[in-house]
Each structure stands twice: as C-alpha cells, then as structure tokens.
Design a protein around this ligand. Structure first.
Ligand code: SF4
Length: 407
C-alpha cells in the first residue's frame, strides 16, 4: 500500500450546544452564531486559520476522491467557508472528477439558501443528523431541532437529489433513545422511508463517559428501552428497511443501490485517509494519529508539533502486523466481510505460526459459525444479516480475546 491517501476528513467542531449523549470534540457556541462577522465569528475564523495551516502542512499531497466535512455541525458555517475549504483541497491536492464530497448538516442550522450555497461550494452529498422525528425524544436527547425542521430538511434534500443538484444524501437516526419505544421507533422508520433517503445510518445509543446521559444513568434517572424492546426495535429496522429496498452493507448503514458512502468504506476497508481538525484521527498508511481534542491544545499542536507528530504516521510502513485485529474488526462490519486467509498471508508470520494463529481464531469462532451468526464462504467470513450483524459485539470481543492471546 504505497499509494497516497485519496480521502480526507475535515472536523468542524462548532455546535450550538452539546447534545446529552455526545462525547465528540465539539465547541458549543450558543444559539445566535453568525460565523461571517457577528457573534462567534472570531472563534470560527481563528479555528479555520489553524485548520488551513494543517491542511497545507502535508508534504505528500495527492488528488482526492472523497472529502467528508463532519463535526460538530459544519452547517453552522457560512457557505463561503465551505467553499474556502473545498477550494483549498482543489488547489493544493487536486480533487478527482466525480469525487464524493459530503457534508454533515444539522436540522435547524441551515435553510434552503444555505443548501444552495453549500452545493455551489462543491458539496454533492449531505448527511442529515435527524436522530428522530419525535419532539419528545429529541428534547429528551438535548437536540435543538424539532420534527418540522427534520421534515423541511428532508424535503429540500429529496428535491435537490431528484433534480440532480446533488448525487445523494443520508439520514441518521439513533435507535433506543429514551422515550423511543417500539411504537415511536416504528413511526420514526416510517417517516424516514416516506422521504426515501438513498442512504440511512442507524446507530445504537451508547452511553459515553462525561455526557449528561452518563450522569443521569449513574443516578438511576435514565430510562431506556429494555433489552426485549431494543431487540424488537432492531428486528423492525431490518424488516422495514429491507422491505423498502435498502441493503444493509455495514452494521449501521443501509443504502439503496449505488448509494453506499464511498468515504466511509475507506475507513472500514483499511485504506488510508487524511484527517484535519481538532480531535480528528488520521491513518494515512494504516497507523492512526489523533489530534488534541481541546481547541487551545490543537492550535498549539499545529504551531509546534504538527509535522513532527505526523511524520512517523506517514513514513512507517510496517503497520500490517500491528493492525491485523483492527483490519478484521472493520472488515467484519461490512456485508462482504473479510478474506481471513489473505489477511493472514499479509503478516510477517512463518507458515507454522500463521496456521497456528488461524486455528486459534477458528476455535474462538466455532460457536458463532455453528449457530449461524458467522458465515464462511470459501476464504471469506462475514456476519449473517440480521442475526450476526445484530450480535456482532460478541464475535468481535472473541476476536480481540484471540488477538490478546497471540500477541
Ligand atoms: S450536534 Fe452532533 S456533534 Fe454537536 S453536540 Fe449534538 S450530537 Fe454532538
């Protein structure tokens, strides 16, 4: 793998406020932000100065086939900044013809004119962080937007895709949020399907340290759907989405034909990617590097150590051995799974070592193969859909146990 990365992630950390489940590297700026010249604009401009500096610091630039602007809430930014970022890549890295350029947008943080501005800047795919269509669920999760904001955003995106202004768009939901039982989830899914987004991401709620939800959970004040209800929610997701023509191509991602996220596939397939901005993680050739999560630390890092820290991640090529567990884990998230035999061949193991390690892995996986959670076709192993995908954690944990034993 000596090709330079063809994908770049850009982190825009600004949000209006922090949602109750979120532990991302975000900078809450309040409700009344005006990023060009009003309240919040100085903070934004200062961050962008360092972000651009980092983007330009890479010596091994080559043209990009996917760019992803995530956050945070990138749609807080005026379209002028989005254009600046994309132009910076065009001018200094090159952007391939037909490249996928995605931007995360948050309902109630943009209007139809902003969308035109983002499209004019070069965005051709949007990812809408809806999370739910239910006002009570949204409020309980600390979201700012309402059902009507999600509906408005969906109808604009649908219209823009149908008229060819954008190539695709995605809608994100969170499964098993507080107050979102079977009936509420059924309504969320039906509403989603009515807008026929070409791509849907459905994430299970995780309670992360340092979040409001974690504090409530510790106090015994967070009421979530129980195991049985969560299971029924997952079953319903699989049933309704499959029936509506969606293919589950990754554990949390569903798409209509031709609409898989090319950028996200880079992460799962173990290809390298650049990353820019506070708290973001890059892996240009497999080795990961995470930037400081706090604004001040990130800026200091850009000034002082940016190139020093990145260099080892750029030049170190013997990552394959270190990254095998992760390669298996990420590959197993995909519908097509992984060719275990090929991955083993790529290790610096001798034949005997390789055979022993493979035998140990297959022993760990025996039970999953027998009960149909895991399927083997030739040299390829993949999770069955939906059973294996829904219980992927157990399989991945067994894989990590195996990795611990052999390393
Ligand atoms: S809008 Fe997104 S990134 Fe910002 S706090 Fe909420 S979940 Fe986190």
């Amino acid at each position: 793998m000596n090709q330079f990365p063809k994908s770049a992630y850009v982190h825009i950390p600004f949000c209006h406020r922090r949602c109750f489940y979120c532990d991302f590297a975000v900078v809450p700026l309040g409700n009344n932000i005006e990023t060009l010249r009003g309240y919040g604009s100085t903070t934004v401009k200062e961050y962008l100065y360092f972000l651009y500096k980092e983007i330009l610091s890479i010596k091994h630039k080559s043209s990009l086939s996917t760019i992803y602007l995530g956050g945070g809430t990138p749609s807080i930014l005026d379209p002028k900044y989005i254009k600046e970022i994309i132009d910076l890549f065009k001018k200094n890295y090159g952007v391939d013809y037909g490249a996928e350029i995605t931007m995360e947008v948050d309902p109630a943080s943009f209007n139809q004119n902003d969308l035109y501005g983002f499209i004019n800047a070069g965005i051709n795919r949007f990812s809408l962080g809806a999370q739910s269509f239910n006002n009570k669920v949204l409020e309980k999760a600390g979201r700012r937007h309402l059902e009507e904001d999600v509906e408005k955003a969906c109808s604009w995106l649908k219209k823009f895709q149908e008229s060819g202004l954008i190539k695709s768009w995605s809608l994100d939901l969170i499964q098993n949020l507080p107050l979102c039982g079977f009936k509420e989830w059924q309504r969320d899914l039906s509403k989603t399907i009515n807008f026929s987004p070409p791509h849907i991401s459905i994430y299970d709620l995780n309670i992360e340290n340092g979040t409001v939800f974690k504090k409530l959970a510790d106090l015994g004040k967070l009421s979530l759907p129980d195991d049985e209800e969560s299971y029924k929610n997952s079953e319903l997701t699989n049933l309704l989405l499959k029936r509506s023509g969606y293919s589950r191509y990754e554990i949390s991602n569903y798409s209509l034909a031709g609409h898989q996220s090319r950028h996200n596939r880079v992460y799962w397939s173990g290809l390298g990617w650049w990353s820019f901005g506070q708290g973001s993680t890059s892996a240009p050739w497999g080795r990961k590097f995470t930037r400081p999560r706090k604004s001040k630390d990130y800026k200091d890092w850009v000034i002082n150590q940016c190139e020093d820290s990145l260099d080892p991640t750029l030049i170190k090529r013997d990552f394959l051995y270190q990254e095998l567990d992760e390669k298996i884990m990420l590959g197993m998230r995909l519908k097509e799974g992984v060719n275990i035999y090929k991955l083993f061949q790529e290790q610096n193991w001798n034949k005997k070592e390789s055979e022993n390690n493979l035998e140990k892995l297959l022993t760990e996986w025996k039970v999953f193969l027998e009960n149909g959670l895991l399927i083997q076709r030739g040299e390829r192993f993949y999770l069955s859909d939906p059973k294996g995908m829904d219980f992927s954690n157990q399989i991945l944990i067994s894989m990590f146990k195996w990795w611990d034993k052999i390393t």
